[in-house]
Structures are given as C-alpha cells and as structure tokens.
Design a protein around this ligand. Structure first.
Ligand SMILES: [Zn+2]
Length: 118
C-alpha cells in the first residue's frame, strides 16, 4: 500500500479534477520513485501485481521501515541511537536484509531452501 502522503496527494489531485487513471498513474510513478531509493523492491508495479506471497504485519514493517529497526526506534525516541544491535552499523530494513553479518547465515540457509523448492 502506498504511503499516506502519496494517497493524500492523489486525493488532492482528484479533488482538483484530475481523472482517476491519470491520478493513479502519477501515484504509481511517485511510489516507484520512492522505492527506487530503496533496494528492497526495485520495481513496484511487478511487486503489487505478483501472484505469490501475502502481506503480513512483519512484511509491512520491513517495507515501511516502521518496525523493530534502530533507525525507526531512534526516530520515535525509543532508542538512544540508530545502530544495529549486532554489528554497530546503521540499522534499517536494507541493513537487516542485505548488510548485517548477524543474519547472513540465516539468509543463505533460507535461499538454499527456496532454491530447492523451485
Ligand atoms: Zn547489523
């Protein structure tokens, strides 16, 4: 689901008379721009039309960054710094999935299992 900011922008455009298809195309474009700054989902259109997977609480946290990540916890004043608990680098979803040494082995095991199931 797009951020509330993007949804509000789309609603404003609709109220100013922009037709629905144009407003939705702009929404998708802006949403794509946001995701391009993230390495989690490189192409949002293929992601939202995918036939597999479910949107869960934890997936929402990972995608939004509003979850158990030091960067977010620091932002909402729940943690003194934005450093990872395990390696002292800046903690974000990208760090947890791609950079943190703590989860590297777990990630490799998961990828092997996934590749065997294909
Ligand atoms: Zn780490």
């Amino acid at each position: 689901m797009p951020s509330i900011e993007l949804l509000a922008r789309t609603r404003c455009e609709r109220q100013r008379g922009v037709n629905k298809l144009t407003a939705m195309a702009r929404l998708l474009e802006k949403w794509q721009e946001k995701w391009e700054s993230s390495s989690l989902i490189p192409e949002i259109a293929s992601w939202i039309s995918r036939k597999h997977g479910e949107k869960t609480f934890h997936l929402s946290q990972a995608l939004s960054g509003h979850g158990f990540f030091s960067k977010y916890l620091h932002f909402i004043a729940r943690k003194e710094d934005d450093k990872c608990w395990y390696c002292e680098e800046d903690d974000s979803p990208e760090h947890k999935f791609f950079g943190c040494s703590r989860w590297a082995t777990m990630k490799q095991i998961s990828e092997k299992c996934w590749n065997r199931r294909r």
